[in-house]
Design a protein. Sequence first.
Length: 206
Amino acid sequence: MSINVYPKTVELKDGRSIILRPFVRNDAQALHAFLKAIPEEDRLFLRHDVRDPEVVQKWMEELDSNNVIPLLAVDDDQVVGIGRIHLLTHGWMQHVGHMRLITARTHRHQGLGGLIARELVALAESRNLEKLQCHVIEDDTAALRMCQTLGFETAGVLRGMVKDQRGTKRNLAILVSDVANLGEALDDWIQDSMVPAYRVPGACVG
Ligand SMILES: CC(C)(COP(=O)(O)OP(=O)(O)OC[C@H]1O[C@@H](n2cnc3c(N)ncnc32)[C@H](O)[C@@H]1OP(=O)(O)O)[C@@H](O)C(=O)NCCC(=O)NCCS
């Protein structure tokens, strides 16, 4: 899929229209505002303290590399979701991407996470990635269920592997899937869960 297909408009279950597009350097302020507003319950399970301005700065620096596929969900000029795939450009895991995403509480349970994931999977296919993985803290029910619903399978759980934002050790679940299977699983999920809000065929309403 070409980057030229953006911006794309998708429709949530409640009818809200959301723009999906890659993020660019000019989005730094809006991104920071979104990340700063993430409540502690969510931050607890995230890899970084996303309130730290250095996080956005690092994300912006990554835009210059080929190692990230960045996607932003925007509602009325406000960032309401972020999705990224991290990839390696050399070595034995260059066929594997690492997917991360987060949606605003105001927009949850409306299919936004799934729609961002579907878009990222299409972008992963266009970059010839063969597998995607997600790392989630085992207690993060929403993230775990979402990954499983969207077609990922738990490949393993590393006990006590990570420390949450409070410093408590947690189990890290590694979920993986073939990119090709994910595309199909996500299309099935869209058919079952998003239709009629989401019009098929095609990954997103253009
Ligand atoms: C996980 C997260 C991205 C889900 O976002 P969302 O926009 O609510 O997701 P969707 O509405 O597309 O839900 C997709 C599926 O995930 C599952 N799901 C989502 N939230 C869930 C919850 N709280 N409990 C159980 N299942 C849940 C459901 O199966 C849902 O499909 P369905 O509505 O057809 O049943 C969101 O809760 C979040 O940002 N959490 C904090 C950050 C995080 O943990 N990110 C994950 C790292 S990859």
